[in-house]
Design a protein around this ligand. Structure first.
Ligand code: HEC
Ligand code: HEC
Ligand code: HEC
Ligand code: HEC
Ligand code: HEC
Ligand code: HEC
Ligand code: HEC
Ligand code: HEC
Ligand code: HEC
Ligand code: HEC
Length: 310
């Protein structure tokens, strides 16, 4: 009985394929097969697309199946033998906001995109289709319009130069990607930065800084924390993309990094008292004391010494 039914259905489908304009439903949906004849180029590649799954499974409602899942009910378009204005969701006629809403019709519940509406990209009119190409993607994975680095550099040209500096993360060499640190879909407020603007940072290990994912030894918690590592974040002392200075430091020599805060000036940060530079233990006129991290080796935090000496 089942087999017979299947047979009937297959013959029906085959018959439908041959008909120029197959019968449509009252709702205006006509099914993806109707697109084959005129959009053979798109169709021939579509089986590789993750969005093809809905056609194969046949389990989704028509408004979420195949071509019409994105382009809307297409009966009128087919009856009119084509045309841009006859298809309800023609992306070439859409504003970024409309394109975004179309994709979010299905993708709003993905965790990675939970904050997309508030992201810098969305607020600046960069929509899904600025980065993803459904029918002409350069990378099979994630349907990206270009290889990831090139995609991002297309709009962030200055960042490329930063990744070419002497000290750098090897993004241009292909060992890392922007998305190791950033979520291009927007991020949550960063708990590790105490509410500072998070720059669409990717979150690792329970909403921590993405740096921790790879630099595990800096994770802590330490018995003795160095306040800026935990509060302001790694970028206080390091340029995350690249730097002219060793170890991605923001300043050419270590002590100038330290002296930004440990300069004896009162009122630094949330403290009212000063963090001393000249003290009975330090003589800054002696060059030996300028190499702070030869003594303060555990500069990211220590479990045994309050002065980060070990
Ligand atoms: C009888 C031929 C024909 C059939 C069948 C057909 N189309 Fe089209 N379609 C066209 C033509 C012609 C255009 C080009 C209009 C233009 O560029 O002015 C077009 C354009 C489009 C566009 C581009 C709109 C834009 O953004 O510029 C989409 C999307 C589209 N069709 C989707 C579909 C879908 C989905 C189906 C199947 C349900 C389908 N078409 C079936 C002929 C057809
Ligand atoms: C996941 C959403 C989605 C699905 C599913 C989808 N399209 Fe598209 N389509 C788009 C977007 C977005 C564009 C705009 C151009 C781009 O990003 O590639 C587009 C563009 C088009 C165009 C314009 C010409 C071109 O090549 O860009 C045609 C024609 C078209 N689609 C037909 C189809 C047909 C036929 C199907 C089913 C086989 C289909 N689309 C399925 C999102 C989709
Ligand atoms: C009708 C529902 C629907 C719409 C509308 C839709 N998608 Fe999807 N999308 C899906 C489904 C289902 C998957 C496959 C998930 C899976 O593989 O389990 C998917 C997968 C993806 C993927 C992942 C590809 C990969 O390699 O893992 C990307 C990227 C994507 N969609 C982008 C878009 C964009 C951009 C739009 C708007 C132009 C869009 N989608 C519109 C349902 C939809
Ligand atoms: C600024 C560029 C950009 C924009 C805008 C963008 N994406 Fe992405 N998207 C990416 C990149 C890059 C990846 C791959 C991330 C990775 O390698 O981990 C990706 C991955 C994905 C994936 C697959 C992996 C995952 O996170 O689930 C889906 C689905 C997806 N995007 C959907 C969307 C949708 C839907 C929109 C719009 C609402 C959108 N994207 C907007 C760049 C973008
Ligand atoms: C090692 C982690 C890391 C990688 C990899 C990374 N970023 Fe960043 N990026 C950051 C951090 C951290 C900030 C915030 C810096 C700050 O607030 O001082 C940032 C800031 C930015 C900014 C905003 C500030 C500015 O400099 O204009 C842009 C744009 C940016 N990154 C783009 C990219 C692009 C494009 C890529 C890939 C080619 C990339 N990033 C790879 C960590 C990274
Ligand atoms: C179509 C152009 C475009 C593409 C492609 C693009 N961006 Fe952006 N990006 C923007 C614009 C516009 C802004 C907001 C203005 C600015 O900061 O320059 C922005 C801002 C950012 C910021 C700063 C956020 C903040 O809080 O200041 C980061 C980080 C970023 N983009 C990363 C990426 C990454 C990673 C990719 C690749 C996956 C990417 N962008 C692809 C246009 C783009
Ligand atoms: C995906 C893994 C990964 C992430 C995420 C990451 N790094 Fe790195 N980092 C590395 C690797 C691997 C190196 C070794 C340098 C190389 O690639 O040549 C490195 C090198 C460094 C160095 C220089 C070490 C040296 O000896 O020169 C510093 C400083 C650094 N990272 C800080 C950061 C900061 C700050 C962040 C977050 C904004 C971060 N890293 C995120 C993998 C990562
Ligand atoms: C208070 C300034 C400061 C902050 C904040 C800071 N670092 Fe550093 N970091 C340094 C200094 C200084 C060095 C160089 C030490 C040396 O010369 O031996 C360094 C070296 C490094 C190195 C290379 C040597 C090593 O110890 O592995 C890595 C990797 C690194 N930092 C990662 C991070 C990460 C990840 C964060 C955030 C969790 C961070 N740093 C926050 C000051 C800082
Ligand atoms: C962004 C500001 C900042 C930078 C840069 C910085 N520190 Fe600190 N440091 C602090 C703060 C805040 C404390 C906590 C002081 C307190 O709680 O009394 C601290 C504590 C310390 C302590 C522990 C002593 C104490 O009083 O608790 C040492 C040692 C120290 N820093 C050394 C360094 C060295 C060496 C560098 C350079 C590699 C450096 N710091 C860079 C802000 C900074
Ligand atoms: C020759 C080793 C050595 C060098 C180099 C050194 N320190 Fe220290 N530092 C110490 C010792 C030892 C202490 C005190 C520990 C104690 O009291 O047990 C200390 C304490 C501190 C304290 C805590 C407050 C204070 O003055 O007692 C700060 C802040 C500090 N150092 C910052 C720095 C900075 C910034 C540099 C680089 C400009 C630096 N140190 C270079 C050995 C050194």
């Amino acid at each position: 009985m089942r087999i017979l039914l299947l047979l009937l259905l297959t013959t029906a489908a085959a018959a439908q394929n041959q008909a120029a304009a197959p019968p449509a439903s009252a709702s205006g949906f006509i099914g993806s097969n109707a697109c084959k004849t005129c959009h053979a180029d798109v169709w021939m590649n579509f089986y590789k697309n993750p969005h093809y799954k809905s056609i194969v499974s046949g389990k989704e409602p028509r408004e979420k199946t195949g071509c019409e899942g994105c382009h809307g009910p297409a009966q009128k378009h087919v009856e009119a033998r084509g045309g841009k204005t006859t298809i309800p969701q023609a992306f070439s006629l859409m504003q970024p906001k409309q394109a975004l809403d179309t994709c979010l019709g299905c993708h709003a519940r993905d965790l990675a995109r939970a904050n997309i509406q508030r992201s810098e990209h969305t607020r600046n009119g960069v929509a899904c289709t600025s980065c993803h190409s459904i029918h002409h993607s350069a990378t099979p994975k994630y349907l990206l319009a270009k290889k990831q680095n090139e995609l991002c550099y297309g709009c962030h040209a200055t960042v490329r130069a930063q990744f070419s500096m002497p000290s750098k993360h090897r993004v241009n060499e292909g060992f890392m990607q922007c998305s190791d640190c950033h979520n291009p879909h927007g991020s949550f407020d960063a708990t590790w930065k105490m509410g500072q603007k998070p720059r669409m940072m990717q979150q690792a290990l329970n909403t921590e800084s993405p740096c921790i994912k790879c630099h595990i030894d800096k994770r802590g918690p330490f018995v003795y924390e160095h306040a800026p590592v935990r509060v302001e974040g790694c970028e206080t002392c390091h340029s995350p993309h690249g730097s002219m200075n060793a170890k991605l430091l923001r300043r050419p020599v270590v002590f100038t990094v330290c002296l930004e805060c440990h300069n004896g000036a009162a009122g630094f940060g949330t403290r009212n008292d000063a963090i001393p530079l000249q003290s009975n233990r330090h003589n800054m006129l002696d060059p030996k004391f300028q190499k702070c991290t030869t003594c303060h080796v555990a500069i990211h935090g220590s479990n045994s010494d309050a002065f980060f000496l070990r």
